[in-house]
Write a protein that binds this ligand. Structure first.
Ligand SMILES: [Zn+2]
Length: 454
């Protein structure tokens, strides 16, 4: 008699296929049957789908199989809903089920069917308990601030800081606050010979973004939308993380994947159509080819201005502004003592923690609610102040230095663009005075009235 030898490797790896096969084949041999093997592997991507099991049912339906042998009933069915159609089919075809662990399951009698259902219910319950146990263990790990057990960039597998990577991450937060693009950070990390922790890949903007927006670097363990204080050492303070996240989550940054390599592309508007200008070349027989900023908007394309001259003009305006005596006002954060703010924020955090226990000490819900809201409002104000202060880091190294022009020239184009964008909006106005260079038609509008030259 042809006998189905049904083997299943489940996702929870409790029993290897070889062991199941060995036991089942011994049973089949002892009965003098002929084995036909059906094997499902639920560790694969098709978890929950059992093609071999379906094939076995088809073969039973066709009368090709006289009996089923499995290692344990739970190999055949994990849920009662799997069992009932199997009972019907086996009864209709006179197929018996024998298991190595539980012996013959006689589906021909009421008692045998009841026994099969009980085994099915036990298997189902066991599966649910195992899942619940695993979930509970995961949640407990998270609540205790423990890691995932896999290595994150900047850390060792047991969540200790790994200096070269951790330093790179810390510097990247600073770079972002100073106006660097994710592309630039990726380039820096690649040049330093650093690779992603998972997969060992080269860095791209999106993978850098994922790192910098991961709460683990401010010492937070996330689990299903909840945040728990982590057991590992953070790479940056909470306010630096928040400030960088505010920049990275700014929707206006999501203007495509293009990397800007010119000072003013996208930052200077065409005065005819009010849209950002790009870069191109122009020239004809009487004028040599030259690089220009030009309006590329469909239906406009009217304005173009000399590339090098625009860059020089903008540089002059920036240097002039940053060299003024009141330049320090741009970084109001100098008046802000970050350490003091951090200390204040920490004390409010511990106050909030205490309030969580206040109910047990006889406070009313209303009292706790009021006190919590007051503390939270203070905390929000302090965090907003810290984020403002961090935003001013765009001007790091530019203000209060002896040679502002040299400092400006030393910046990469990302940072120069961030400085321009923080200070001004530039519009090119049309001119009727012919082809010459007319700087007065390139109008700088300062973002804040007080930035305007005196
Ligand atoms: Zn235009």
């Amino acid at each position: 008699m042809k006998t189905a030898c049904y083997l299943r490797m489940s996702a929870d790896r409790e029993l290897g296929i070889d062991r199941q096969r060995e036991d089942c084949l011994a049973l089949i041999e002892a009965n003098g049957w002929t084995p036909v093997e059906y094997t499902d592997n639920e560790r694969s991507a098709t978890r929950g789908v059992r093609p071999a099991y379906q094939q076995m049912l088809t073969d039973i339906e066709a009368g090709a199989i006289g009996a089923i042998v499995a290692w344990h009933p739970d190999r055949l069915y994990r849920k009662l809903s799997d069992l009932l159609p199997l009972i019907d089919l086996c009864n209709a075809r006179g197929v018996t089920i024998t298991t190595h662990q539980a012996g013959l399951i006689d589906l021909g009698t009421d008692a045998g069917r009841l026994n099969a259902k009980i085994l099915g219910a036990v298997a189902e319950n066991e599966g649910e308990r195992r899942t619940a146990r695993q979930l509970r263990a995961l949640r407990q790990r998270a609540e205790a601030g423990k890691g995932w057990g896999t290595r994150a960039f900047g850390y060792t597998a047991d969540d200790a800081l790994m200096p070269p990577e951790a330093d790179a991450v810390r510097e990247a937060y600073t770079a972002v606050l100073q106006g660097a693009t994710l592309f630039r950070v990726a380039q820096t990390w690649n040049d330093a010979g650093l690779f992603t922790a998972k997969g060992g890949n080269r860095w791209v903007g999106s993978s850098v973004r994922r790192v910098l927006l991961n709460a683990r670097y401010k010492g937070i363990r996330e689990y299903h939308g909840h945040e728990y204080p982590a057991q590992w050492e953070p790479v940056v303070t909470n306010d630096v993380w928040q400030s960088a996240a505010a920049i990275l989550n700014d929707p206006s940054r999501r203007n495509g994947k293009r990397v800007r390599v010119h000072l003013m592309t996208g930052l200077m508007l065409c005065g005819e159509c009010q849209r950002p200008m790009g870069v191109g070349t122009c020239g004809d027989r009487s004028h040599p080819q030259r690089k220009v900023y030009m309006c590329k908007a469909v239906g406009c394309r009217k304005l173009a201005r000399d590339f090098a001259k625009v860059n020089a003009l903008i540089a002059d305006r920036v240097v002039e502004r940053l060299s003024r005596d009141d330049a320090a006002d741009l970084i109001a954060s100098e008046a802000v003592d970050m350490n003091l703010l951090r200390a204040d924020a920490a004390s409010i955090h511990s106050r909030l923690d205490e309030l969580a226990d206040a109910l047990e000490q006889g406070w009313t819900v209303a009292q706790v609610g009021r006190a919590t809201r007051t503390a939270q409002a203070k905390l929000d104000a302090i965090e907003a102040q810290m984020i403002d202060a961090n935003a001013a880091r765009i001007f790091d190294g530019l203000i209060g230095v002896l040679d502002v022009r040299a400092a400006w020239a030393a910046l990469n184009v990302d940072r120069q663009r961030a400085v321009v964008d923080a200070l001004m909006v530039v519009t090119v106005h049309p001119t009727k005075r012919g082809r010459g260079w007319h700087p007065e038609h390139i109008v700088v509008a300062w973002r804040k009235a007080e930035h305007a030259p005196l």
